[in-house]
Write a protein that binds this ligand. Structure first.
Ligand code: NAD
Ligand code: IPM
Ligand code: MN
Length: 371
């Protein structure tokens, strides 16, 4: 009887989430191993959810064996998942990037992951590359439009290999696509400091970015509680360095968002710390979580990559899966770890990937760890 009662009062005591793990290439598998340790630990502490993982051996190794980066049915394999956790893809010494990276872009577009959320927050204990700027000055989030813009596969090459060769690469910007990503940005600004900067370039690109400007003008009155402005992309690049405190939520098109998030990453401590989502807000498809950084071939295999960007991406995945207590537990541990001076070489420290992962884990578990 008691058991029946407890079942009714708590109908779903242990929620299971199906996770596709795509470690990928270079430092991808190195950093994802640390994120998995952290995820395992918060599951054990919370005991309210379970991650059922499926590891996908795709990427450069798979290409060496099969001649393909992913199997033909990769989208069908991913579709039933609740989320995708990706390390990094790309091994340019052997395989051209546009081949290795094509499935990644395809996942984002097919699963309509139109909101790419990239927070950039300088945490206490992390050295700033900007003179005179500290944690109080750098706390922004870029919402990158992730489904259209310059990344649509529209174009072609003509008279290939001749002196008269022509390449056409067409960007596509739709009113619907701009509207939904701006709304997403406005909603986020409401939950933050009520400020939104939309990145444009309407002084030169007279079709696409004039449309972006017009959609912002139309939407702004519906979010009168949010102060909004537009800024040309070149000026935004300058101001992210000169006065980063002017930014709260930044909404940018696909390519502008790509460029500005490497910059936002570096002013907030480097790519080793910068997490990212590829979110389908309607939850019609799985969303994907990955660091902003790539496979870092220059340091791959040396065990020195910073796993924090990957660990924070895993925390963002937990937020999306509505396991916010576990996500918050991870973020708090990361913040404490960095504040305690635990740093990998990219931050001027000496910790290995493994030791940094363990330092975060120790703080989650409340046990002592080597610095
Ligand atoms: P990158 O982000 O891999 O590396 C840029 C620099 O940042 C390198 O010096 C690298 O050592 C450093 N870095 C990156 N992550 C780090 C970490 N966790 N810890 C310490 N240092 C780190 O960019 P890249 O060198 O231009 O690209 C390498 C490959 O990755 C290419 O094939 C590229 O196409 C691919 N790429 C993939 C993704 C992705 O999978 N989402 C993203 C960006 C680039
Ligand atoms: C990123 C990456 C990708 C992008 C590449 C690797 C296709 O740079 O996630 O920022 O341009 O979106
Ligand atoms: Mn990028």
């Amino acid at each position: 009887m008691l058991r029946i009662f407890s079942l009714f009062s708590n109908p779903d005591p242990m929620k299971t989430h199906r996770i596709a793990l795509y470690p990928g290439d270079g430092i991808g598998p190195e950093v994802i191993a640390e994120a998995l340790g952290v995820l395992e630990s918060v599951q054990q502490i919370d005991e309210t959810f379970r991650l059922e993982t499926t590891t996908l051996p795709w990427g450069a190794d798979y290409w060496r064996e099969t001649g393909h980066v992913v199997p033909d049915d990769f989208l069908d394999i991913l579709r039933p998942m609740d989320a995708i956790l990706l390390g990094a893809v790309g091994w340019p010494a052997e395989i051209p990037d546009h081949i290795t990276l094509a499935p990644l872009v395809k996942i984002r577009q097919t699963f309509d992951q139109y909101a790419c959320v990239r927070p950039a927050k300088l945490l206490p204990g992390v050295p700033s590359v900007l003179a005179g700027k500290g944690p109080a000055d750098i706390d922004l989030v870029v919402i990158r439009e992730n489904s259209e813009g310059e990344y649509v596969n529209v174009g072609g090459r003509f008279r290939t290999g001749t002196d008269d060769e022509v390449a056409v690469q067409t960007a596509l910007h739709t009113r619907r696509g701009i509207t939904r990503v701006l709304r997403y940005g406005f909603e986020m600004a409401r939950r933050r400091r009520q400020h939104l900067t939309m990145i444009t370039k309407s002084n030169a690109l007279r079709f696409a970015y004039v449309l972006w400007d017009e959609v912002l003008e139309e939407l702004a009155p519906q979010y009168a509680d949010v102060e909004s402005r537009r800024l040309h992309c070149d000026a935004a690049a300058m101001d992210l360095v000169r006065r980063p405190e002017m930014f709260d939520v930044v909404v940018a098109s696909n390519l502008f968002g790509d460029l500005l998030t490497d910059l936002a990453g570096v002013i907030s401590g480097g790519l080793g710390l910068a997490p990212s989502t590829n979110t389908n807000p309607e939850r019609a498809f799985p969303s994907m979580f990955e660091p902003v950084h790539g496979s870092a071939p220059d340091i791959a295999g040396r065990g020195i990559a910073n796993p924090v960007a990957m660990i924070l991406s895993a925390a963002m995945m937990l937020d999306h899966l509505e396991q916010s207590a576990a996500a918050q537990r991870i973020r708090a541990a990361v913040e404490q770890t960095l504040a305690d001076g635990c740093h990998t070489p990219d931050l001027g420290g000496k910790l290995s990937t493994r030791a940094m992962g363990d330092a975060v884990l120790a703080r989650i578990q409340g046990r002592p760890a080597a610095r």
